[in-house]
Design a protein around this ligand. Structure first.
Ligand code: NAP
Length: 313
């Protein structure tokens, strides 16, 4: 892979995009999900399926993609019951799904619990993806889907708190550790999917898009400052905190989405974490996000919290 912006990659990968059905969860106007779809539009995907909690936003994004055909379905990740209904709707669609982009996310929100009783970032950034993706797995296996979990380098803020995921009911809450917890879940979920289902044709990646301005992520961000974020990273010994990179353009950062979704050269790296248009070597990652034991722990933990087991032979 070479580091080229999305606008340069899309013509190169056009033959792998044309005619494909792409399902994106969380492609609100201005979000990275919507910009990814705009970026690939010139290569003419066959169908875009939009899972959004807000119907007006879904219609707005669908109209920008015209003449590419679109379908929409409602989904609110703060409710497992709602996620289950959404999964049923997708299963009822006739279309195969070539690419699933798991893009919904919130960052460093003030503490609150979802209707299912979980710290919101854990559910919105990981548990609901785990549930939704596994519920539609028969369709994904039948489609040889590429699954793209949008995560964040913020995973390095902290791993999964297997014994206190709700931060002692909020008393011990740290919004950045909450972000790290959910985003670590998405990295381990992608590598576990590759390990469990690679032989059935599933490709799964986790992607750090890169710091991108102009999205709506700040609307979930609490009353915190970048200095607090950097301070937390420093306390955590994260090398990046001493040299925080400038944001890159959306075009540069969306290259990570495009490569994970379409680059055939990545097939040999099933399960990888992608950042800066590169596969990140496991040795360069935090230990809580890499090994098979962590994958297994995270899978079983997620099953327990969503209340359903998912076993693949
Ligand atoms: N932007 C960056 O610099 C950056 C850096 C690293 C990682 N990321 C990751 O990239 C992904 C996209 O972020 P973004 O910057 O594009 O932010 P964004 O514009 O806020 O997009 C987030 C999406 O998540 C949806 N969402 C939030 N809560 C939801 C819920 N309860 N149910 C269903 N959907 C919900 C939003 O829908 P609504 O419009 O209805 O709220 C929106 O479609 C996130 O996973 C984020 O963590 C972003």
């Amino acid at each position: 892979m070479t580091a080229q912006p999305a606008s340069a990659l899309v013509p190169i990968l056009a033959q792998h995009i044309k005619g494909k059905t792409i399902l994106v969860l969380g492609a609100s106007p201005n979000s990275l999900g919507a910009r990814f779809l705009e970026a690939i539009k010139p290569a003419e995907p066959g169908l875009v399926i939009l899972g959004l909690r807000n119907e007006t936003k879904a219609k707005e994004v669908a109209s920008t993609l015209s003449p590419i055909p679109t379908r929409t379905f409602p989904v609110d990740f703060a409710s497992f019951a709602n996620v289950r209904t959404a999964a049923q709707q997708v299963l009822a669609m006739d279309d195969q799904i070539d690419v699933l982009v798991n893009n919904i996310g919130t960052m460093a929100s003030p503490y609150y619990k979802t209707e299912d009783g979980f710290e919101s970032q854990l559910q919105l950034n990981h548990l609901s993806f785990f549930l939704f993706t596994n519920l539609i797995m028969d369709k994904l296996i039948a489609s040889n889907t590429r699954i793209v979990n949008i995560t964040s380098e913020g995973y390095s803020l902290g791993g999964i708190r297997y014994h206190d995921w709700n931060f002692h009911d909020g008393e011990a809450y740290n919004p950045f550790l909450g972000y790290g917890q959910g985003k670590t879940g998405q990295i381990l979920f992608a590598s576990a999917l590759a390990a469990k289902l690679g032989k059935k044709g599933i490709l799964a990646y986790s992607v750090q898009p890169g710091h991108t301005r102009g999205t709506n992520l700040h609307s979930s961000w609490g009353p915190y400052t970048i200095e607090q974020l950097v301070g937390e990273m420093r306390r955590n010994g994260h090398a990046g905190a001493w040299n925080v990179p400038e944001p890159k353009s959306a075009d540069e950062n969306l290259a990570n989405f495009v490569l994970a979704a379409f680059d055939p050269a990545l097939e040999r790296d099933n399960g990888a974490y992608i950042r800066d248009s590169k596969v990140i070597p496991l040795d360069d990652m935090e230990p809580w996000a890499v090994d098979e034991r962590q994958q297994r722990k995270c899978w079983e933990f997620s099953e327990r919290l969503v209340g359903q087991t998912f076993t693949y032979e």
